[in-house]
Design a protein around this ligand. Structure first.
Ligand SMILES: Cc1cc2nc3c(=O)[nH]c(=O)nc-3n(C[C@H](O)[C@H](O)[C@H](O)COP(=O)(O)OP(=O)(O)OC[C@H]3O[C@@H](n4cnc5c(N)ncnc54)[C@H](O)[C@@H]3O)c2cc1C
Length: 319
């Protein structure tokens, strides 16, 4: 059994997912409890270049054509082998569809407990996890002697998991990848005909609090007055009131505008995953206990339908 903390690096189309950097920062905290090393585990094909800015003590790199795109099948085989060989103290995964798939299946396969939705870790080996749609924070000791954990972004800045120096890379072999049940046939690119909300410097974002499709016009008027785009939380997109290209969060776009104005959005972890790194978050929500206020720099509990007409007028006057 080692005291090392493994971080399974998520990447897509040649880019490391931001949650991977948050995991490296979290792993650094956790590693202080038992003086272990932070070990990035990178699986891919011709993907070693992705290791260049990982803030890890070392990288275990497994190269194989079957690892070029994520499949649960291939990743599980390789990771189970590595965990059995090295016995790390903990293995961190993103709280993403990829990470949740791997953590739960590896937990069942290897008999190692899994802790979900961790936001931060402490230097004395505790996790802080965000549950019940972000309304409750739980702190606890990470199960011993080994644990798996999924991490949501927002607890650490991306830069905390980045390094100017490439960490040493150790290649590891990929056994057992000959008779896989799953293969990736095609990658379907998202629709790019609409505005790209991930490139906007300011966003007016609406949630379920907008109540119905007709009310969207009011938020749109504010966005137009401010000269920015309209984005949304999942219920708005699920109702078909805005296209999926405007969705912010785990199943939508990750945005990092200078100003993110959240109107009637509660701040569930799946939403915060996509906007938690915005420079200034302004929240309008009638519920003073809404989790969005935990990350907002400015906030008000005024009813948005009282606020919006006044705000639109003020912005137009200011122009
Ligand atoms: C696997 C998975 C993936 C998901 N992916 C995403 C994702 O990518 N993006 C995403 O957003 N969600 C995602 N979700 C859903 C997420 O869990 C939440 O359900 C969702 O974010 C809630 O949206 P909301 O904040 O708009 O609605 P609610 O949680 O219902 O919040 C509405 C808020 O509006 C406030 N409000 C109501 N009326 C007013 C008013 N008049 N003025 C001001 N405030 C008002 C309320 O107080 C409330 O806080 C995902 C869930 C799962 C399980």
């Amino acid at each position: 059994m080692s005291q090392d903390i493994f971080v399974v690096i998520e990447h897509l189309r040649g880019q490391v997912a931001e949650v991977s950097y948050a995991m490296l920062a979290g792993a650094r905290q956790l590693s202080k409890a038992d003086n272990g090393e932070v070990v990035a585990v990178l699986l891919g094909h011709n993907a070693q270049g992705l290791a260049h800015d990982l803030a890890a003590d070392r990288v275990i790199y497994v190269d194989h054509p079957a690892l070029a795109e994520f499949t649960s099948d291939a990743y599980q085989i390789v990771l189970a082998g590595l965990i059995q060989e090295h016995s790390p103290r903990a293995v961190l995964f993103g709280h993403s569809s990829i990470g949740m798939d791997l953590a739960s299946s590896l937990s069942a396969k290897l008999g190692i407990p899994v802790v979900n939705s961790c936001r931060t870790f402490t230097e004395d080996g505790k996790f802080v996890s965000q549950i019940c749609g972000g309304k409750i924070m739980v702190e606890g000791a990470l199960p011993a002697p080994a644990a798996l954990a999924t991490m949501i972004p927002g607890g650490y800045k991306t830069e905390q998991g980045q390094s100017a120096q490439t960490p040493p890379l150790t290649p590891a072999s990929a056994a057992g990848l000959d008779n896989l049940r799953v293969a990736v046939k095609q990658y379907i690119e998202p629709d790019t005909s609409d505005v790209d909300i991930s490139k906007e410097t300011m966003l007016v974002s609406i949630g379920r609090g907008i109540q119905n499709k007709d009310n969207i016009e009011l938020a749109n008027e504010l966005a137009q007055a401010l000269g920015c785009a309209l984005s949304a939380s999942r219920p708005v997109v699920d109702q078909g009131w805005l296209p999926t290209t405007r969705l912010v969060g785990k199943s939508g776009k990750h945005v990092k505008p200078k100003i993110y104005l959240a109107l009637g959005i509660s701040g569930a972890p799946e939403h915060v995953e996509g906007m938690g790194e915005s420079e200034t978050i302004v929240a309008v929500n009638t519920d003073p206990n809404a989790p969005i206020f935990n990350i907002a720099k400015y906030g008000t509990t005024i009813d948005m339908f009282d606020l919006l007409p006044v705000l639109i007028d003020k912005v137009k006057q200011a122009k």
